[in-house]
Design a binder for this molecule. Structure first.
Ligand code: 4H6
Length: 241
């Protein structure tokens, strides 16, 4: 999968060259191209921004410079995404959907944002990573690259995407490693039993418990067996007291 990132701050993307994403780039499973919008300025001082028509504070990135940077990577089949506080909020199902694309072009705004005309001309989708304001779209672009890349074949070790938080609608069950006892706290007995059916049941119950306690609004959308529904009712009764 290929990501082209249009940004004024390509150096901000150093962190995603680490760890799992960096390894996937090394294995040619992912390609991350950083395009510096400033390289497309025709100004002798490499200026890319200007004041806002109608007045008000701050500067906007000029549409012509952004458009020229876009034309340097243009591909009929690519999806162009603008990371902005006004976008649709990113969620795991959206992440999975985007992972089906071969080529994403990510446009990062900075300063007060970008002239609306080039957004209207080139952007297919506007995405936000959550209801808060950042100084630029670079961190949201990294969040998108990281979350989407996990679904690209070969990036993660087999099987680690379908068992996790949100795929089942539940949060993750607690996990333990050695030592068997830490500060007086033991690893739950069932996990050392080798009885896989019991282990699966226990994990599922813990996932339901964790979700109900930490994110009660998520539990309503989850498919539960009758036995699990009974367990949830017990949890609800317990928390009433
Ligand atoms: C586009 C338009 C994304 C990008 C405006 C970007 C939060 C998110 C930005 C702006 C972002 C998110 C510039 C408006 C700074 C506010 C960059 N902030 N802003 N939630 N900021 O995904 O002022």
């Amino acid at each position: 999968m290929k990501f082209d990132v249009l940004t004024l701050f390509p150096d901000m993307f150093e962190p995603i060259k680490q760890s799992i994403i960096g390894r996937a780039v090394g294995k040619d499973l992912l390609e991350i191209n950083l395009i510096n919008i400033r390289d497309f300025s025709k100004d002798k001082h490499k200026k890319v921004d200007d004041t806002v028509y109608g007045g008000g504070a701050g500067m906007l990135i000029r549409p012509d410079v952004v458009y020229d940077s876009f034309k340097s990577v243009k591909d009929e089949n690519a999806k162009v995404i603008y990371l902005s506080p006004q976008g649709k909020k990113l969620c795991q199902s959206k992440v999975e959907e985007l992972a089906k694309e071969k080529h994403l072009i990510l446009l990062c705004g900075h300063y007060e944002g970008i002239d609306q005309r080039v957004i209207d001309k080139i952007v297919d989708e506007e995405i936000s990573i959550g209801d808060y304001v950042l100084t630029g779209g670079e961190i949201p672009a990294m969040v998108l690259i990281d979350s989407v890349s996990r679904y690209v074949d070969g990036v993660l070790t087999q099987g680690s995407t379908h068992e996790e938080s949100f795929s089942s609608g539940l949060l993750e069950y607690p996990q333990y490693t050695r030592p068997e006892e830490f500060e007086g706290m033991k690893v739950p007995e069932v996990l050392q039993s080798g009885h896989h059916e019991n282990i699966d049941k226990w994990r599922r119950k813990k996932a339901i418990e964790t979700t109900y306690i930490k994110r009660p609004e998520l539990i309503e959308k989850v498919q539960l067996t009758n036995e699990e529904k009974k367990y949830l009712e017990e949890l609800k009764n317990k928390s009433e007291n």
